[in-house]
Each structure stands twice: as C-alpha cells, then as structure tokens.
Design a protein around this ligand. Structure first.
Ligand code: GRG
Length: 303
C-alpha cells in the first residue's frame, strides 16, 4: 500500500475543500474526520481491484474517495453516544468529543452526500461513460443503505440489548445471539463496503463478469476475516493489563467470534477465510499481487 497511500491522501485532501457556503467549523470537523490517520483499506481496495482488471487508478479515484467518505461517516456516527459511545477513534478524540454531538451528526450527513458528489465529479472530469457512473452510484448507495451498512449496524445494536418481551408485534428473536446472526451482521456492516470497494474498482476498469465474480468472492471472505481479526484484537487488548482476556466489545456484551468460538477457533476461521480469499484472486495472476498481500495483512495486522 505504500505507493497507493500518498495518492489516496492527496485525493482526500482535495476532496475535503468545500465551497464558501460550508461553515468553517463544519469544514474543519469534516476534515478532522476524513483526514485522520486511517488505514485507507477501502480506497486502496478500489484501486487494487481496478489494477487487477487492467484499469487506471485515475478513473477509479473518485470511487476511492467516495468509499472512504462513506466509511468515515459511518465511524463518526457509530462513535456517537446514541450508538457505540466511543471517545477515541484513530488515536484521537472522536468528532463529537472534539467538536460536539450536533456537529458530528452533520459531519456524517454531509459526508454521505459529498461521497456521491466526488464519485460523479471524477467521472465528469475524466469523461467516463455515464452508464459506468450510474452503476457505481447504485453499487455504493446499496452498500451504504438499509439492507447493508445501516441494516447491519441496526442489528448489531439490537443484539447488544438484553432480551425483552415482544415489541411492536415483533417477537424477541432467539436467533439473535448465534454465529449465523453474527456473520449476517458483519457481512452487512463490514463486508458490504469491502465488496463495494472491489466492485467499484472493477466497474471503472470495465471488468468482465468472471473477474467481477472473483473479486466479489474475495471481498466476501476478506471482509469476514477482517471482522474476525477485529474481534480477536479487541478480545486480547483492553483488559490484558487487568489479567482478563476480554476487550471493550466483549465487556459491552457484544457478540464476538472469540466469544462464540474461543480465541483458537476464531484464529483458525480467520486463516481459512484469508486462504480462500487468496485463491479467489489467483485467476488474475501477477496483477492481483496487491490483493494477495492485502489478504495476508488482514491476518497479520495488530491494530
Ligand atoms: C453508523 C451506519 C453506521 C454504521 C457503522 C463501520 C461501523 C458501522 C461501525 C464501526 C465499528 C467497528 C469497529 C466495526 C468493525 C470493523 C470496522 C469497520 C472497523 C473500522 O475499520 P478500519 O479498521 O478503520 O478500516 P480505519 O480507521 O483504519 O479506517
């Protein structure tokens, strides 16, 4: 990723210049959220998929910026007191702590719209076929919508609640705390943006259906592996100093892979998913070298 990162940072910096109508404090808060030191996995995946399919980085850059903006919005909103109530993100105070809650809500709202503006303006300036752009807008909007990112977040919050009597005609579902349900949450909450990243890169590279299928399968496995590793990192992090192998999420009563299958079971699952992800992109040969290395990184990451 080392050579992709400066390209991504430069594009994000340019995308975070808003017109005179943007109140300076709002602009500052948006820049604070987006330009914070994130791993930039999703925009990198857009570019890597474009490369694997023989496309150009510049054609896919609007989508790369757009997906990072959607991701940044989701983090800002996830950190709000009404949701996960976190004080730290990317090593800094969260947006609602550094600014205030209304500002954090509006940062997320603005980023959702700006994401699509960025995607479209790159297509306009690079004279990209409108059909490609329409398909990309559709892919990103669906991934960020009710059946994917937002739906996954909704079910994740619901799974944290203690069992309660039937509400609004909906019975209290006993399947809420199973592995299948956990997987369904993560396929939407984390996996949807991973899949969209690869799909967007493929769209702007004009990829054939077989390539798109391979990338979609890779994304599905890698997204889940990422989440399993995320749970493992949390499991062994926060409270290690207290001698308890239980992290923040587990302490909040969240569903986690180590919680459901033990730390060794979770590690084995992550390894199997990463191996499967690597196999899906083997069809691209050398042009998928970054995607292969990325899969290894997901398994080895420490934060
Ligand atoms: C508020 C609609 C809405 C959705 C929030 C993304 C999300 C859904 C919640 C974040 C909570 C979380 C820890 C999810 C697990 C995996 C994940 C998405 C981690 C953050 O992604 P990274 O590690 O973050 O790529 P950076 O900061 O490196 O970009």
């Amino acid at each position: 990723m080392d050579d992709l990162r400066p390209l991504i940072e430069d594009a994000l910096e340019k995308a975070c210049q808003f017109g005179d109508g943007c109140p300076p404090r709002l602009g500052l808060a948006i820049r604070y959220a987006v330009l914070a030191p994130g791993k930039r996995l999703r925009p990198a995946m857009v570019l890597m998929a474009a490369e694997a399919c023989g496309g150009q980085f510049a054609d896919a850059m609007g989508a790369a910026v757009a997906i990072e903006m959607i991701h940044a919005y989701s983090l800002v909103h996830d950190d709000l007191p009404a949701m996960d109530d976190d004080d730290l993100r990317r090593g800094r105070p969260t947006v609602h702590v550094e600014f205030d809650e209304p500002t954090a809500i509006l940062v997320g709202d603005a980023l959702q719209a700006e994401a699509f503006a960025q995607l479209c303006s790159n297509s306009i300036s690079r004279n990209i076929a409108p059909a490609k752009t329409a398909e990309a807008v559709h892919v990103l909007a669906r991934a960020a919508g009710a059946a994917h990112l937002v739906g996954g977040q909704f079910d994740d919050l619901a799974a944290e609640q203690p069992p309660k009597p039937a509400e609004n005609g909906l019975p209290n579902d006993p399947t809420l705390r199973t592995l299948t349900h956990l997987e369904s949450i993560h396929r939407r909450k984390t996996g949807a943006l991973f899949s969209a990243s690869l799909e967007l890169g493929a769209i702007f590279a004009g990829a054939i259906p077989k390539s798109r299928l391979a990338l979609s399968n890779y994304a599905s496995d890698l997204g889940l592996a990422f989440q399993v590793v995320d749970d493992m990192l949390d499991w062994t992090s926060n409270n290690e100093t207290l001698g308890k192998r239980v992290g923040k999420d587990a302490a909040k009563g969240k569903l986690t892979y180590p919680g459901l299958m033990g730390i060794d079971g979770a590690r084995a699952k992550a390894q199997q998913l990463v191996q499967s992800a690597r196999e899906h992109v083997a069809v691209f040969g050398e042009s998928a070298w970054r995607l292969t290395r990325l899969a290894d990184f997901v398994l080895q990451r420490t934060h």
